[in-house]
Design a protein around this ligand. Structure first.
Ligand code: HEC
Ligand code: HEC
Ligand code: HEC
Ligand code: HEC
Ligand code: HEC
Length: 177
């Protein structure tokens, strides 16, 4: 077999390296921005800007138990009906909402923030130490549609935990089962 001229070999090798670096880079960037910007369309366009911002309904009125449990549950439709049994009943959106309530069906909200099952997270401990919702969820009160704005990856968690004034655990077992 005819030996390739050495400069061709060099070009091939360089190209392989460039492709490998690019692929690694893309993967890295993708991991960095994992889920940031994720803002799925919800079954009913519920606005935090309106309810949390303009109307100033406290977060815990709907996210019952956020300060006492692991999860910050998404409210059941009957909480919405506390107001919407009478508020804006002429709206097609509210009629759709009432449909779920009448059928005793839960609204299939799409979960936005989600960390892998091998990582342990609890709201309670953070709320007890006055860590604001905004630290991890961004300025929810200005969001017409919920959007993930922080990576919620390990580096993000640890950056805060190791701050001198926070001094929370950075032991692996604290966050991993
Ligand atoms: C404390 C009272 C209150 C609660 C609880 C409440 N809302 Fe509302 N909601 C309002 C008010 C007030 C408006 C604005 C009405 C207007 O535009 O005149 C509104 C507007 C809306 C609209 C916009 C309707 C339109 O056609 O413009 C939607 C959709 C909505 N709410 C969904 C919900 C859902 C879903 C829940 C439960 C998760 C909920 N609301 C809970 C008071 C409430
Ligand atoms: C009137 C009820 C209501 C109030 C008040 C409210 N929320 Fe919500 N929240 C909801 C509903 C319903 C959803 C699910 C639909 C959606 O994602 O828009 C939700 C979703 C969320 C999510 C995303 C959950 C996920 O799937 O990852 C976050 C974060 C959140 N709320 C934070 C807040 C914060 C912070 C406040 C206070 C500033 C607040 N909420 C006030 C009803 C409410
Ligand atoms: C220290 C970070 C942090 C703070 C502070 C925080 N959250 Fe969360 N939140 C998360 C993480 C991480 C998830 C995803 C949890 C999972 O996948 O198990 C989440 C999930 C949620 C969800 C979806 C339901 C659930 O529990 O999985 C809601 C709703 C929510 N948060 C609301 C709030 C509200 C309201 C506050 C303030 C009272 C708040 N969060 C404060 C990190 C935080
Ligand atoms: C903005 C700061 C901040 C961020 C971001 C943050 N935490 Fe924390 N975390 C705290 C504070 C403050 C405590 C409470 C420490 C205490 O009780 O002494 C805590 C406590 C904890 C605990 C309990 C630790 C123990 O000793 O048992 C776990 C688990 C935890 N955080 C997981 C997470 C995870 C997972 C994330 C990322 C998704 C995260 N945290 C993001 C500030 C933060
Ligand atoms: C403050 C909480 C926290 C601490 C402390 C922590 N982790 Fe994590 N770790 C997370 C979270 C949240 C994730 C999932 C999100 C992600 O992929 O980064 C994770 C993911 C991981 C992963 C999977 C990475 C991947 O690419 O999916 C490994 C491996 C890991 N951690 C190992 C460790 C080891 C080893 C330690 C101790 C030196 C440690 N973690 C300490 C929160 C933590």
């Amino acid at each position: 077999m005819k030996k390739l001229p050495s400069h061709t070999t060099t070009i091939v090798v360089v190209l392989c390296v460039v492709v490998a670096v690019l692929a690694g880079g893309i993967r890295f960037v993708w991991r960095m921005g994992n889920n940031v910007g994720y803002a799925p369309e919800q079954p009913i366009p519920f606005s935090h800007q309106l309810h949390g911002g303009d109307l100033q309904i406290p977060c815990a009125y709907c996210h019952v138990g956020v300060d006492t449990s692991k999860h910050a549950v998404v409210p059941a439709v009957n909480i919405c009906m506390n107001c919407h049994a009478v508020v804006k009943t002429e709206s097609p959106l509210i009629q759709k909402l009432k449909g779920y309530a009448d059928r005793s069906e839960s609204i299939p909200w799409i979960k936005v923030h989600d960390i892998p099952d091998h990582a342990r997270f609890t709201h309670e401990r953070h709320i007890a130490k006055n860590v604001a919702c905004e630290e991890c969820h961004g300025d929810v009160k200005t969001m017409a549609r919920i959007k993930q704005v922080k990576t919620l990856q390990m580096g993000f968690c640890i950056d805060c935990h190791r701050k001198a004034d926070v001094n929370a655990s950075i032991n692996c077992e604290s966050c991993h089962y």
